[in-house]
Structure formats: structure tokens, C-alpha cells
Design a protein around this ligand. Structure first.
Ligand code: GLN
Length: 489
């Protein structure tokens, strides 16, 4: 097997046993980046020097018999909204061009301390607003399964980096589906933890009550490994929860016998691509064969998810993004006075989707409309949370498609934001309810594009969710298929 085809766990073990060195793994990563990145445009900035010194340090420690961390020598890519000390962090926005954060995000600190080799920052939709990576101010990323198609978003670079076998692990963020939807579009595994499970300190905020950082990997096992490293309380983030973090690899193999998986009837109708519907029906049989009980459940307020999300998320974004005014961060366009400088900087620095969201959010929060829009959205959010609480009294997990379609063509939805927003119709509710969700590959369309299924778990019960997803992957090999990138070189 070629080095780049190894899973994260295999890399760790190979290095520990002296089959290959961290340095060799690292060199292979950069050779592949040189070969493939010009075509798929995944990286915004790579850090060959930093990666080499991290790899050398792992090799040195092992040679000296010193202990190494859980991610020793494993290459990892970061979404470009995770702060990296002294290293550019742009959120794929012109307004942050040239900004170098003075500190690392907590997740970055944790993966570094665990010995991961950070290879660079990858593309995303500007400020994580989007579902295709086409809202990046720099360039869209192309799908390794078909370069004419989008990678999904907003963590599209993270999903593509894993799908193209450039790295076995990546971190993304998910506010309404941004880890799970690109994972589905690129045929990889993507997990959004429970709100509060992972520290958001150093994640550039989009919608603070919905944002959560999580792993993307080629398998549930590798995702579990990375989650074990990043999960847990952090004093720097008051919304991170002080609950013990299980070793997520420990109970993966316990199976799903007796677990109840709920199928929400509301999710099965809404304009799903027929191949996705069929793949999901086949997946249900796999879960049933593994010993799970499949039952129907109701999530009656599902049809209001999208509307509630696009009010709550934009309201929070309009407030979070007020800080980019040309004073403290990145771009400054001068003007005759302070107000003109603010205006000129924001006009030049933000892309059109970000501006649209700031305007929507500002409107929803303004006097006279606050009660009618923002407050209503929060009330609906409570109803959606209750739907899940109610459903979860009958089942342990909920099974849905990840997205209503497979990856669409570049450019196809750019003129129509509403159809773009529909991409997240199945993922948003987990963010509104704060629950963990995972997307895993469950088939391919006739065109050969990956299809993803989503499992939503109980709050803080990532363990059951991972165990169920693992049971599926141990019975299927969808997640082992690789894109034929050579054919389209
Ligand atoms: N696509 C959704 C949006 O544009 C979700 C984005 C995300 O999860 N960051 O808001």
C-alpha cells in the first residue's frame, strides 16, 4: 500500500513500529500537494517548513524513546477559519488577507500537542457562509470525484484534502452542515460534535450559538481518534462543557444490537434525488441486519428549520462580523473620515454572500423587526429542540440523508441563493438543536458521485453515534472507494 493510502491509525502505528518515518510521510504529503493541488485548488497556504520540523521532532522523540502523542506524525489540514499563531488565517476573505493571528485556536494547540503534523490551511466559503466553496474570495475548490463539480461547503477544502488522499485527517467547522455536507459530496466521513463538546476558542465566529469544530477523515475510526484529541472542556470557551471525554475508539466495536434508529417521515419526501433515496433504503437494511431496530419518528417542525436558521445565523453573523472595520484586522481601504474608511473597507473586503447575510441579519435584529423575525426564529428553534427530545425518547439515533442531492456542477447554483441554502435542509436541525451528527458514505450516483447518510445522536453521546457509524462501515466498503483522479489529470 502506498504511504498516502494509509489511514491515520495505520500511519501512527507504522511510524511507531519504525516501518517508515514521520519525515517520509510528510514528504509524501507535499509531493502529492505539488501533483494535485494545481488541479483541485484545495490549499490556501501550505506550511512545508513547519510540517517538516514537526515531523522531525516526532522522529527524534521516537528515536530517543520519549513518549509521543495520539496523533504522532499524522498529517492534518486545517480549515482556514481556525487561528494559527503567526500563520495566515483568512477565512477565505479579502478582509482578512495578510492577518496573522497572535495565538492558536485551542483545537490547533491540542492537535499539535498530540504530535500531528500540520500541513497547512485549506479553502472554504468566505466566513463559512456557503455550501459549495464557491464563495471563497480566492478560487473554488474542485471535487476529486469530478473536477466539474463542487466539493460542498463550507469546509470543502477539508473534505477534498481527505478525499484526494493528500492528508488522512482534517478539521472543519459546522454551523448548519459545513462538515457533513462536504463530507457527503466528497465521499468521506465528517462529524459535527455536540454544541459544547469542542472548544470554539480561536475559531473565527460565524454564528456563535451554532458553530462547532469537528473532524473529517476517511473512516469512522480515524474521526473517532481525532475527536478524542480535540474534545473536552476549555477555560477559554465558556460554552465548552466540563464533561469527561471518553476514549472514542474504545467502544467502537460494540455493535448496534438493540439500538433504535429513528426515521423521520418529514425528511423522506422533500425533493430528494432518487439515487439518494434508494441508497438510504439499502442502508436501512444494513443497520437492520446489524441488529438495530428501525422505527418511524416525527420531527413535525422540520419544515421551519431553514427559515429559523437563516434568521438566527445571519443575526449572529451581522454582530460577529461588525469587528472587521479596517482598524484591527487585515484589509484597510482609506477614506476621508472614519466612517468612510469603515464603509470602503467593508465594501471592498466582503464578498456578496457575506454582505447579503450581514444585511439580512441586521434587518432581523433591528427595532420593529426583532420581535417578528429574530425572536420568532428563536422560538421556532425551541420547538425544533423539543421535536428531537420527543423523538429521542423513542429512539437512540436518527437516520437521514446528509444532503438532498449529490455534488452539483460549479456555477450551477451561484445565481440562486435559495436553492443553494436548500443543500443544508437535512443538516441544519442538528445545529439548531445542538446535537451531534455524522455523515458517512453510503453509495454512489449513476454518475459516480458519492452519497452520504447522516446519523444524529443524543447530546454528548458521540460514542453511540460513532459505534453505529462504525458498524455500518464494517459491513460496507463505500468509504474505501477512491476517486479516479488520474483519469482526469
Ligand atoms: N451552508 C450553510 C450556510 O451557508 C451552513 C454553513 C456552515 O455550516 N458553516 O450557512
Amino acid at each position: 500500500m502506498d504511504l498516502h493510502e494509509h489511514s491515520a491509525l495505520e500511519i501512527r502505528e507504522g511510524i511507531a513500529r519504525g516501518k517508515f518515518t514521520a519525515q517520509e510521510v510528510c514528504e509524501r504529503v507535499f509531493a502529492r500537494i505539488r501533483d494535485w493541488d494545481p488541479k483541485f485548488r484545495i490549499f490556501l497556504a501550505s506550511d512545508e517548513e513547519g510540517a517538516h520540523s514537526a515531523a522531525t521532532e516526532v522522529d527524534r522523540k521516537l528515536a530517543a524513546g520519549e513518549p509521543v502523542g495520539l496523533l504522532a506524525g499524522i498529517p492534518l489540514a486545517l480549515k482556514d477559519n481556525l487561528c494559527t499563531s503567526g500563520f495566515p488565517t483568512t477565512c477565505a476573505s479579502r478582509i482578512l488577507e495578510g492577518w496573522r493571528p497572535p495565538y492558536n485556536a485551542t483545537v490547533v494547540e491540542r492537535v499539535k500537542a498530540a504530535g500531528a503534523v500540520l500541513v497547512g490551511k485549506v479553502n472554504m466559503d468566505e466566513f463559512a457562509m456557503g455550501s459549495s466553496c464557491e464563495n471563497s474570495a480566492f478560487f473554488p475548490t474542485r471535487n476529486p470525484w469530478n473536477p466539474e463539480c463542487v466539493v460542498g461547503g463550507s469546509s470543502g477544502g477539508s473534505a477534498a484534502a481527505v478525499a484526494a488522499d493528500l492528508v488522512p485527517l482534517a478539521l472543519g467547522s459546522d454551523t448548519g452542515g459545513s462538515i457533513r455536507q462536504p463530507a457527503a459530496f466528497c465521499g468521506v466521513t465528517g462529524l459535527k460534535p455536540t454544541y459544547g463538546r469542542v472548544s470554539r476558542f480561536g475559531l473565527v465566529a460565524f454564528a456563535s450559538s451554532l458553530d462547532q469544530i469537528g473532524p473529517l477523515a476517511r473512516s469512522v475510526e480515524d474521526a473517532a481518534l481525532l475527536l478524542s484529541v480535540i474534545a473536552g472542556h476549555d477555560q477559554q470557551d465558556a460554552t465548552s462543557t466540563d464533561l469527561p471525554v471518553p476514549d472514542y475508539l474504545l467502544r467502537l466495536r460494540e455493535g448496534v444490537k438493540g439500538l433504535k434508529i429513528g426515521l423521520p417521515r418529514e425528511f423522506i419526501s422533500a425533493g430528494i434525488q432518487p439515487e439518494i433515496k434508494a441508497a438510504l433504503e439499502t442502508a436501512q437494511k444494513v443497520f437492520a441486519d446489524a441488529g438495530a431496530d428501525l422505527i418511524e419518528v416525527a420531527l413535525p417542525h422540520s419544515e421551519y428549520c431553514l427559515a429559523a436558521y437563516y434568521l438566527a445565523a445571519t443575526a449572529e453573523a451581522s454582530s460577529n462580523l461588525a469587528r472587521y472595520d479596517g482598524v484591527q484586522y487585515g484589509l484597510r481601504v482609506s477614506g476621508d473620515n472614519l466612517l468612510e474608511m469603515y464603509g470602503a473597507t467593508r465594501a471592498a473586503g466582503f464578498g456578496s454572500e457575506v454582505k447579503r447575510r450581514i444585511m439580512l441579519g441586521t434587518y432581523a435584529l433591528s427595532a420593529g423587526y426583532y420581535e417578528a423575525y429574530y425572536k420568532k426564529a428563536l422560538q421556532v428553534r425551541t420547538l425544533i429542540q423539543r421535536d428531537f427530545e420527543q423523538a429521542m425518547t423513542k429512539c437512540d439515533l436518527i437516520l437521514t440523508p446528509t444532503s438532498p442531492t449529490t455534488a452539483f456542477r460549479l456555477g450551477e447554483k451561484m445565481e440562486d441563493p435559495l436553492t443553494m441554502y436548500l443543500s443544508d435542509v437535512f443538516t441544519i436541525s442538528a445545529n439548531l438543536a445542538g446535537l451531534p451528527g455524522i455523515s458517512i458514505p453510503c453509495g454512489y450516483s449513476l454518475e459516480g458521485l458519492p452519497i452520504g447518510l447522516q446519523l444524529i445522536g443524543r447530546a454528548y453521546d458521540e460514542e453511540t453515534m460513532l459505534r453505529t457509524a462504525y458498524a455500518y462501515q464494517s459491513r460496507t466498503d463505500w468509504h474505501k472507494q477512491r476517486p479516479a483522479m488520474e483519469e482526469t489529470k
